[in-house]
Ligand binder design. Structure first.
Ligand code: PHE
Length: 460
């Protein structure tokens, strides 16, 4: 096995670069596209509440654990576990992460491709004069057509591959830094327009007033808890080694705990803002909150149409959404690439190319899930739905469970302390709480959510 010399590895230049790149990975379609659609399918407020609890109690500790593993090993997820636990099967967590990365990119880049179509539609003023219903039909027609979704998917994969092959510093950091704050600002303006629609209040109550009656219906609540856990993992980019890989590029002096907390809070803020922009419109215009993956693409154009400067807004918004998606897709492709380079001894360009081509084969089926391949389905889910559900709700939480178990039960408090305190330079009074969470709370909670989700164990 060829290993590259660790001293020649790239690393993030500045402290802000670390936060920007990690936030760039975390913030993306997961917040603006996936959060509203999954929240909408799972009753809104109750989902949001469970989601927040999971982010704080499980998400942040898992993120810190990934950073600890990555920075202490200075390697990709597979290599990291091999180095930290030689001769032990822990490296399988890394392999599972590479598999998850394949699956996620294959559907994520398809959704990113929808964004490219909507940039195009914004340019040609394609939303103009259409009723909310016609806007819905427009999206369905596009997606069922298959040719355009596949082409846009490939374009997006190409862009991702280009940046990843250029390496960490020049690629990821440069793009991530400037764009996220602008996106946040635009989202804020959209929220303001959205809440001033007549009938917007119902949307806000849907999102912020938990309706616990879903727990009376056991089947619904079961799904909701698992979906909330999956969404937390997906949105924070945790459970598959993305942040082990990024952690390996973090400077030894940087504070891992504050980075994890800052990124998680920013990520959550963006998701909630996306909800505030979407649900008032959903209720004001009689769209079904449980519409599914198309919810956001059918809702946003309605806002743009009904605001001053909508043309330019819509263009800017979709461009920035595309870029937010790009800073996420590069972090996913980076996992596979770093593995190919460091474990299989490929040069970076070749590794990127092979990863991109093989993911594109799977993505071809995903992007055309509603058209050419609409007949391929498993318990009511098409190819896209299968990849989305399995990766977010099963592979990521399972990866997270194993990651915290590794830190809590194998890696041990001493080595954790060294990393979290940056070799004794930072105060780490919270380490006992953190260790308690990774040893007991997080693994038990994730296991219970799984058992409950698969009907083996019942809450209530
Ligand atoms: N967190 C990203 C988003 O919210 C998606 C992602 C998932 C990225 C898993 C990396 C790993 O858009």
């Amino acid at each position: 096995m060829t290993r590259i010399d660790p001293s020649s590895r790239d690393s993030f230049g500045t402290k802000f670069g670390v936060i920007a790149a990690t936030a760039g990975s975390a913030i993306g379609l997961g917040n603006i596209w996936r959060f509203p659609y999954v929240a909408g399918e799972n009753g809104g407020g109750a989902f949001l509440l469970i989601y927040l609890i999971f982010v704080i109690a499980i998400g942040i500790p898992v993120m810190m654990s990934e950073f600890v593993i990555g920075r202490s090993a200075q390697l990709n997820p597979v290599g990291a576990f091999k180095k930290l636990a030689p001769g032990k099967p822990w490296f399988l967590i890394g392999i599972m992460g590479v598999v998850a990365a394949f699956m996620i990119l294959a559907f994520y880049a398809a959704v990113a491709g929808w964004t490219l179509e909507y940039i195009y539609q914004s340019v040609v003023n394609g939303f103009k004069g259409k009723s909310p219903q016609e806007l819905g039909v427009m999206f369905d027609t596009f997606r069922e057509g298959s040719v355009r979704p596949v082409i846009w998917f490939l374009v997006f994969m190409g862009m991702t591959a280009y940046i990843v092959s250029a390496g960490v510093k020049d690629g990821i950091e440069k793009y991530a830094k400037i764009l996220m704050p602008i996106l946040l600002f635009l989202l804020f303006i959209l929220c303001i327009r959205a809440v001033t629609f007549k009938g917007a209040g119902a949307g806000l109550s849907f999102l912020f007033k938990p309706d616990f009656s879903i727990f009376a219906n056991f089947r619904d609540a079961t799904g909701t808890i698992l979906e909330a856990l999956g969404q937390a993992f997906f949105s924070l980019s945790i459970g598959m080694g993305t942040l082990i890989t990024y952690g390996s590029y973090i400077n030894k002096k940087d504070n891992l705990a504050t980075t994890a907390v800052t990124v998680s809070l920013a990520d959550t803020l963006i998701a909630v803002l996306a909800g505030v922009a979407i649900f008032p419109v959903v209720f004001a215009f009689g769209i079904d909150a449980a519409e599914g993956e198309d919810l956001v693409y059918k809702t946003l154009p309605i806002i743009f149409q009904q605001m001053t400067g909508g043309y330019i807004f819509s263009l800017m918004f979709f461009v920035l959404l595309g870029l937010a998606a790009l800073t996420s897709t590069i972090s996913v492709l980076e996992v596979v690439t770093a593995y190919f380079v460091e474990e299989l001894g490929m040069v970076r360009k070749k590794a990127t190319l092979i990863a991109t081509l093989s993911i594109s084969v799977l993505g071809f089926f995903t992007a055309a899930s509603w058209g050419w391949f609409t007949n391929i389905s498993l318990s009511g889910k098409n190819v896209f739905g299968i990849l989305d559900f399995t990766s977010a709700n099963i592979l990521l939480p399972l990866g997270g469970l194993l990651i915290v178990a590794f830190i809590g039960w194998y890696f041990g408090r001493e080595r954790v302390n060294t990393e979290l305190s940056s070799e004794g330079n930072l105060k780490t009074r919270y380490v006992s709480v953190y260790m308690f969470i990774v040893k007991f709370i997080a693994p038990i909670a994730i296991a219970l959510v799984f058992l409950n989700g698969f009907g083996i164990f019942k809450f209530s």
